[in-house]
Design a protein around this ligand. Structure first.
Ligand code: HEC
Ligand code: HEC
Ligand code: HEC
Ligand code: HEC
Ligand code: HEC
Ligand code: HEC
Length: 487
């Protein structure tokens, strides 16, 4: 396709055009910012025994990994009110991002919690408490006080800097406090704390036997499967047909080829697009612009970041061909180019209202809010309670835990992620072991938008059954067209 090559434009211009689009469409709304007060109001008295329900939610609404669905219901014969220290340990995953609880463990975003129960408040050495917390230093963390604090940190210590919504279920708080009481020079038994009811002692032992099974309840990440032989054969057949038709296609016919429109484009393979558009992957940016400016002298701001490797490259190279792109994602042509709506293109269309002539331009095939925003939105630190990442990470990252995202997302929150055809879930986790830059790159580090993408909230093991206010309008699964069924 000589003509295609002739008319193809430099990718630099394409990227400039995208920024124009993003400037216009950057106002993607998302749910209300989480409001602690509002969240507390919707808290209901504990409903107990929701773990089996949770298990069901995970098993039925989660399309993937058989391994995830092996949730073990609690022993039915455990008496009500019995303490489960092992469950308390598991709950501490919610706290681990900010607290260590080992002897001489270091202070993170929050103080070390060794010797907490029945010890003075705000007494962890070297931690800079808020004035509100420091002012309580003459009191001790009795089980009752801890219980109230863990139900609603800001409700009890109004100006505490612990940003944590609270633990709603009484049983969970009891178990957590019972476990915390073991993290001490002189551990205190649940009975001595007044937590366990008669018969609770036996239940402690029974419940502890369960831990190993419960630990297995982790998510298995998988990359999308490679194309099957049958799919490859079908693609080859279609490319063959396309090639046969080329001699009959003039420029206009090729330009209006049905493959650019729905429904054909949804099923098109990259190989078909590349039959005519091979150049999009072969092009290199110019060393010297027509105006005489050298590429080396005209760095874009993002080229100065640590996340940018190698020379300036084209947009398509960065998303399909670069080593990092190949490692973490699997973007097909029709992920971004989803097809034109010819109705938006008719010349002289008075309904457009933007004063623009609707001359035909296949450019509109890319909708940035459905594509770019997923990986180039802002890091939503208000939702996560971390503050801006570049500052927060210094508190939670060290040689042992080089990826601070995983202190929360390793075991506690949203651990059932990226099961979509256009990402490589397993490779992402692998790449992310050594640095949070991998995660932050797609979730804030290369933000072209001031707003965030409203991610679906796939059910994850240990998920609270109560939906936070901000998540009420969120989808609970990835879009169907990309969802991976990993049977
Ligand atoms: C996002 C970070 C964060 C999370 C998550 C978090 N905390 Fe905290 N926690 C803090 C901070 C910060 C403080 C200090 C508060 C202050 O000075 O006002 C604190 C203080 C405390 C204290 C008082 C310690 C003392 O020395 O008096 C306790 C107890 C505590 N947290 C328990 C927990 C438990 C249990 C969990 C999990 C259910 C948890 N926290 C989750 C950040 C966090
Ligand atoms: C039969 C050859 C052929 C096939 C197959 C084909 N295209 Fe095209 N495409 C063209 C021609 C010719 C043009 C017009 C080129 C121009 O004006 O620069 C065009 C234009 C485009 C444009 C707009 C370029 C611009 O500068 O406005 C995009 C984007 C595009 N094609 C994407 C695709 C995608 C994605 C596929 C696969 C689903 C595909 N094409 C398959 C021939 C083809
Ligand atoms: C990550 C999203 C994304 C992917 C994946 C992608 N494109 Fe593009 N492509 C774009 C954007 C954005 C533009 C610029 C559109 C504009 O100018 O408004 C573009 C421009 C183009 C153009 C016209 C400009 C040029 O560089 O020639 C063609 C042709 C094209 N793409 C073909 C393809 C083909 C073929 C594939 C698959 C091999 C592909 N694209 C994959 C986002 C993507
Ligand atoms: C699935 C995630 C994903 C989507 C969707 C995506 N990008 Fe990217 N983008 C990346 C990654 C990852 C890199 C870094 C690639 C590399 O370092 O080689 C990147 C790099 C870039 C760069 C180069 C800057 C840099 O830091 O290397 C630009 C510009 C860019 N993207 C714009 C866009 C636009 C515009 C769109 C929408 C048409 C888009 N991206 C869609 C993940 C994505
Ligand atoms: C202090 C704990 C904590 C840390 C550290 C943390 N997150 Fe989160 N993150 C959360 C919580 C809590 C949620 C909401 C969980 C839920 O849905 O209940 C969340 C949600 C998210 C979401 C989904 C947002 C949405 O709009 O649905 C993304 C994406 C995310 N985190 C990415 C990251 C990345 C990337 C990092 C590291 C750069 C990170 N997080 C670090 C606690 C944390
Ligand atoms: C190549 C880009 C990319 C990288 C790298 C990446 N993410 Fe994501 N992440 C996405 C996209 C796109 C989605 C939305 C997927 C969907 O629609 O299901 C997402 C979804 C999420 C969600 C919400 C999941 C849910 O279903 O509730 C969380 C949390 C998250 N990512 C955290 C992380 C963490 C932690 C890392 C590092 C280990 C990371 N991401 C690395 C692109 C990326």
């Amino acid at each position: 396709m000589r003509t295609v090559a002739k008319f193809a434009i430099a990718c630099v211009a394409a990227i400039a055009a995208i920024f124009a689009i993003s400037a216009l469409t950057g106002f993607f709304t998302h749910g209300p910012i989480p409001n602690e007060a509002a969240q507390l109001q919707i808290e209901q008295p504990s409903t107990e025994a929701t773990e089996p329900e949770q298990a069901k939610a995970v098993a039925t609404t989660q399309p993937v990994q058989p391994a995830d669905t092996t949730v073990h219901p609690p022993k039915q014969d455990a008496p009500a009110g019995a303490i489960n220290i092992a469950a308390g340990k598991k709950l501490f995953r919610k706290c681990k991002a900010c607290h260590s609880a080992t002897k001489d463990g270091k202070n993170k975003a929050g103080p070390n919690l060794w010797n907490t129960v029945n010890h003075p408040i705000a007494s962890s050495e070297g931690f800079k408490y808020s004035p509100a917390m420091a002012g309580l230093n003459s009191e001790t963390w009795t089980p009752e006080k801890l219980d109230a604090f863990l139900l609603s940190p800001k409700g009890v210590v109004k100006k505490t800097k612990m940003s944590f919504a609270g633990i709603k279920k009484q049983a969970d708080r009891n178990n957590l406090i019972a476990w915390l009481a073991q993290q001490a020079d002189e551990p205190i038994s649940p009975e001595a704390l007044g937590l366990a009811t008669a018969g609770g002692g036996a239940a402690v032992a029974a419940a502890e036997g369960q831990t190993e099974e419960e630990e297995e309840q982790t998510v298995v990440y998988r990359d999308p499967p490679p194309a099957t032989q049958a799919e490859l054969t079908e693609i080859a057949r279609r490319v063959g047909e396309l090639e046969k038709s080329l001699p009959d296609l003039d420029y206009e016919r090729a330009r209006w080829h049905p493959i650019h429109f729905k429904p054909a484009i949804s099923k098109a393979s990259d190989a078909e697009c590349l039959t005519c558009h091979a150049k999009v992957l072969e092009r290199k940016p110019l060393d010297v612009a027509p105006a005489g400016i050298k590429a080396k002298d005209a760095l874009a701001w993002y080229q100065t970041l640590d996340t940018y490797h190698g020379d300036q490259q084209t947009f398509h190279y960065r998303h399909i061909e670069s080593p990092f792109a190949k490692q973490v994602m699997n973007l097909k042509c029709n992920f971004c180019h989803q097809g034109n709506d010819p109705r938006e293109e008719s010349p002289g269309d008075v309904t457009r209202g933007d004063g623009q002539d609707g001359a035909f331009a296949l450019r509109k095939m890319v909708n940035p809010t459905q594509t770019c925003l997923r990986c180039h939105g802002q890091y939503d630190y208000e939702l996560m309670g971390t503050g801006p990442w570049p500052e927060y990470r210094t508190d939670v990252e060290d040689e042992e835990t080089p990826n601070g995202c995983l202190s929360c997302h390793g075991e506690a929150f949203r651990t059932n992620r990226h099961a979509v055809t256009y990402l490589k879930a397993a490779s992402i986790e692998e790449a992310a072991k050594t640095s949070s830059d991998t995660c932050y790159g797609c979730h804030g580090g290369r933000a072209w938008y001031r707003n965030t993408y409203p991610y679906p909230r796939n059910p994850f093991p240990g998920m609270d059954e109560e939906i936070p206010v901000w998540a009420k309008d969120r989808p609970t699964q990835s879009e169907e067209q990309y969802r991976l069924s990993t049977k």
